[in-house]
Design a protein around this ligand. Sequence first.
Ligand SMILES: Cc1ncc(COP(=O)(O)O)c(C=O)c1O
Length: 389
Amino acid sequence: MPRFPLLADSASSLSDRVFGGTGQRTGAVPGRVYPLNVGDTYIDPLPAAQAQAQTTADHPRMHNYSPVQGEPVLLDAILGKVERRSGVHLERELVQVMNGATSGLGVVCTALLAPGEEVLLPSPFWPLIRGIIKYRGATPVEVPLWTRLGEEDFDPVAALESAITERTVAIYINSPHNPTGGILPDQVADGIAELAARHDLWVITDEVYEDLWYHDAPPRSLWTRADLRERAIVTHSVSKAYGLAAARVGYTHGPAGAMEVIRGVQTFFTYCAPRPMQLGAARALSEGDAWLAEARAAYRKAAATTASALDLPMPQGGSFIFFPAAPYLREGEQTADLLQRCMDAGVMLTPGTSSGEAFGDWLRICFTSVPQRELEEALHVLRGVLFPA
Ligand SMILES: Cc1ncc(COP(=O)(O)O)c(C=O)c1O
């Protein structure tokens, strides 16, 4: 039915202000503003991976289309990287290069979900995933989980199971996790794998922080479990660990039948990722192990500094710490007011509402977006707001 000037229902709740409204009054803040709200890095990528290192002398026709599946040299680098990181040799056909994980997850959701279907979305979650599910016309069903994992009488698998309806087709899992910095415990992974099998669910795994872990050894990649291999659609990115967010390059893999459809959908989304940056990403993945180890050490230190400044536990991975605002509120104050006070003092944080409807009174801080010395300055400022003398 014609409905001009109304737009599609599935898009009308989307907004570029998904990370919250605190950006509104930045212009009014005098002096330095520390952007601890954005999940980015201050570290320049491996020189060989940078945009200016890719030349037409080395790569004639660099500005032409790539094959839909991806640049052959990048596909080689991905197969090598997956084998080194997760100990699995993937068939080349099962890999699809994406325009970053944001677009990649959009392609995956378009391939897996039909309008009206539901996805279990353990919350809190990466702010964009809710909108990605919604623009497909599907419904994200938020299940508070990550912040409750330490509670003695909380059963995460039962919580997920009670949210399943006849319309549920998938569950989204991101570990290491944005925003809590948690890693899914093996026992919970066991339960989720069993739940997915029992209810015939797809498992959409988001591995963008797979290389940002702060214990002694990398956590096991969820998708490598034998009980998930045939139902996990896995998305990775070079944005986080390799400092290449502007490249917009990621990759997805999964079972053969699903990947054929996913490749078909990607053809109609963007056809291919930017060729120059696929070439850069290939260099990062194949030559960037030492660079990555150094970046991880710097982030580990930043994580420890942030946790200790805020008297919070050390995150296990990722770029963020997530914490309740309540202890820091003045009498009669709302979380939005506290965020504004942080901003007025010069520190931008992300409101918890971006990560789920149950998290309006939580805050997210990113510890990878500014260099260590600036992070320490920012934390000093933030302590002045959160722990007034
Ligand atoms: C959990 C998670 N998934 C996906 C993405 C998107 O990554 P990309 O830059 O590859 O689009 C992010 C970025 O913040 C993220 O935190």
